[in-house]
Design a protein around this ligand. Structure first.
Ligand code: UDP
Length: 376
């Protein structure tokens, strides 16, 4: 049977790479090819380099100031010859990006079976996050097989009348990726110039707050508030260092560099390669983010996370108390960070190890499931 795995952004690449690897190891059973849309370019290539994945098809679609209209139509149009050339039995898409939704439509036109990895996450608000909630809902509607990371996401799919036999709870492949990269980063023979460079940035005498942020709904006023809050936290606490790998989106770069460049204990750095980021997550005391993936990774590393969003499609760690939603209100970000920095009891409660997102064997479950289906 023939597999085509399609992705386009950094988080999709991180979460699909372990699946690519596993399918390639099973080359006696599957012919597997990788197609990237390159909705992100540099940040995607960083992940491919780490995993030594050379895409079979590179649509190279990223454009300056790209917009959703042209991106969506370009992906569908450009995938046509790829699908006709390879003629896959199964097409795999991940999560909720414009690549995910557009590729699943193209795959549907081609007649391939569509396999949705990280299926069933919902906020139940079609405009938030925009456009992700609609991307994943449409993909869920079109997909044949749904790999849900948790029971909650499975239940969301059942509520949408998806047939139970087509849903498999796998855990999130992000834990497969984290296990793989942690083992490499922590091994003695591993040498990485980026981690060496970070060691000279990290001030080991200070408590480290790691920040990431990129979400579209936070562009504009949201990021200004976030930056003002970070500045205040840095000014209030000389014993704290904030490290912020700044996303390449210009809507993020502009406010962050304008507002945070001149504060000694805030270090702005370029987006880090995945292993360097994993290394830094391990070193951090608190993580402040609006990222989906980081929300899933940090609880399994025992790091308290403040999420700069008002809702999340990942309620599991919020319910367990290791992730807290703080929105983009500067006062709220400051006060909740304060509660963690100055109250050990609060910190200890939030930093308990908790991993609702899987056991690192999600990809094996997916491969086994498809193997069974291909024999039916
Ligand atoms: N990440 C990374 N380098 C960075 C920041 C994040 O490799 O400088 C990783 C992080 O570990 C996580 C993923 O990128 O697995 C999250 O990507 P992002 O926040 O862009 O997207 P989201 O998860 O919100 O879709």
């Amino acid at each position: 049977k023939k597999n085509l795995i399609i992705f386009g952004t950094r988080p999709e690449a991180i979460k699909m790479a372990p699946l690519v690897k596993l399918f390639l190891e099973n080359s006696d059973k599957f012919e597997t090819k990788v197609c990237i849309t390159a909705q992100h370019r540099e940040m995607l290539d960083q992940v491919l380099d780490f995993y030594n994945i050379i895409p079979d098809y590179d649509l190279d679609l990223m454009k300056p100031n790209q917009n959703l209209y042209t991106l969506t139509s370009d992906i569908i149009t450009e995938l046509k010859p790829v699908l006709e050339d390879f003629n896959p039995d199964y097409v795999y898409v991940h999560g909720d990006t414009t690549t995910t939704m557009s590729a699943s439509i193209a795959a549907f036109y081609s007649g391939a079976k569509i396999c949705h990895v990280e299926a069933g996450l919902r906020t139940f608000n079609k405009r938030s996050p925009f456009p992700e909630e609609i991307n994943r809902s449409i993909t869920g509607r079109i997909s044949d097989y749904h790999f849900a990371p948790t029971l909650t996401s499975k239940q969301n799919l059942l509520n949408e009348n998806i047939q139970e036999s087509n849903i498999l709870v796998t855990g999130n492949t992000v834990i497969d990726a984290l296990d793989y990269s942690s083992a490499i980063v922590n091994s003695e023979e591993y040498s990485d110039q980026e981690i060496e460079d970070l060691k000279s940035v990290v001030d080991a005498s200070k408590r480290l707050i790691l920040v990431t942020g990129h979400r579209r709904e936070n562009h504009g006023e949201g990021f200004i508030n976030i930056c003002l809050a970070l500045k205040q936290i840095a000014q209030n606490h000389e014993d704290v260092q904030i490290i912020y790998p700044v996303h390449l989106n210009p809507n993020v770069q502009k406010p962050v560099y304008e507002l945070l460049s001149n504060q000694d204990n805030i270090k702005l750095v370029n987006p880090l390669s995945y292993p360097a980021f994993v290394w830094l997550m391990n070193k951090s005391h608190i993580i402040i983010t609006d990222s989906g993936g980081v929300q899933e990774e940090a609880p399994s590393l025992g790091k308290p996370v403040l999420v700069m969003r008002n809702t999340t499609e990942r309620p599991e760690a919020v319910e367990a108390g290791t992730v807290l939603l703080v929105g983009t209100n500067a006062d709220k970000i400051i006060s909740e960070t304060e509660r963690l920095l100055s109250n050990k009891k609060n910190y200890d409660t939030m930093s308990k190890l908790h991993n609702p997102y899987g056991d690192g064997k999600a990809c094996q479950r997916i491969v086994d499931f498809i193997l069974n289906k291909s024999h039916e």
